[in-house]
Design a protein around this ligand. Structure first.
Ligand SMILES: Cc1cc2nc3c(=O)[nH]c(=O)nc-3n(C[C@H](O)[C@H](O)[C@H](O)COP(=O)(O)OP(=O)(O)OC[C@H]3O[C@@H](n4cnc5c(N)ncnc54)[C@H](O)[C@@H]3O)c2cc1C
Length: 214
């Protein structure tokens, strides 16, 4: 498949470029291996700001008396907030899909792009060619090379936003209702292993550079 331009990565860099070139009449291939919208929409700006907004609301509610408002028994339903955050992310991602769909000369290829020649990329079994290939592969969490890290749990910007209980709640020694997230807190464990909800996906080998295309 030959295109006027190929863009690898559908983030804040790749999408506007792909849309603009397609609008100028170019035949464009946009390649995305994960979710349309890249870091910002899926695991960056959009979800974090949705969560920060809810934190702000909780802050106002807990400190309402300062502004002459009576609010009592304020608690946070983190699972519900995470579900709302996921809804916002899905809706933004859907918006990007619509922007792709409405452009006939823009084709979205799903999969991991890798160079097989100076002007050739492979995505699965598809061979894509163009004189102009733009690499907009952005960033992803970089796991520092700390000895022993692979043996313990840790969070990244991706996994932290899936937590449905605050880590502080889990550390409470008494199994009473946590006033921060409404989650019944279990007894404190003597082991140093974090609960499974805090586990990130299997650690990857540390990388030297923030983004790499292979
Ligand atoms: C937690 C967090 C919060 C943030 N909050 C803000 C904020 O509030 N405001 C702000 O301005 N910025 C924020 N940022 C920064 C912002 O997300 C990035 O600047 C922006 O997403 C970069 O866009 P990009 O297009 O360069 O890359 P990305 O958005 O990372 O997109 C790159 C895309 O390329 C894809 N890709 C990578 N390699 C390949 C391959 N080989 N084949 C196919 N596809 C591939 C990836 O899957 C990804 O979808 C935040 C970032 C993080 C991590």
């Amino acid at each position: 498949m030959n295109y006027d331009a190929i863009i690898v990565g559908s983030g804040q860099g790749g999408n506007p470029l792909a849309f603009r070139l397609a609008d100028l009449g170019w035949s464009v291939a946009l390649i995305e291996k994960k979710d349309l919208g890249g870091t910002c929409i899926n695991v960056g700006c959009t979800p974090t700001k949705t969560m920060v907004h809810r934190a702000q609301v909780a802050h106002y509610a807990r400190n309402a008396a300062r502004w002459g408002v009576n609010a009592s028994n304020v608690s946070v339903d983190l699972a519900r907030i995470v579900a709302q955050k996921d809804e916002v992310v899905l809706s933004f991602r859907g918006g990007r899909q619509k922007q792709v769909d409405r452009r006939a000369n823009l084709r979205l290829h799903r999969g991991h792009a890798r160079f097989v020649g100076a002007h050739q990329l492979k995505v699965g079994d598809d061979l894509l060619e163009s004189e102009k290939i733009f690499i907009d592969t952005g960033g992803r969490p970089s796991i520092p090379a700390i000895p022993g890290l692979e043996t313990v749990s840790y969070l990244t910007n991706e996994s932290v936003m899936q937590l449905t209980a605050l880590p502080g709640c889990r550390k409470r020694s008494k199994p009473k209702e946590c006033n921060s997230c409404s989650t019944p807190a279990p007894r404190a464990s003597k082991t140093r292993t974090a609960p499974s909800t805090y586990r990130s996906k299997a650690p990857r080998a540390p990388r030297a550079s923030p983004a790499r295309i292979s």
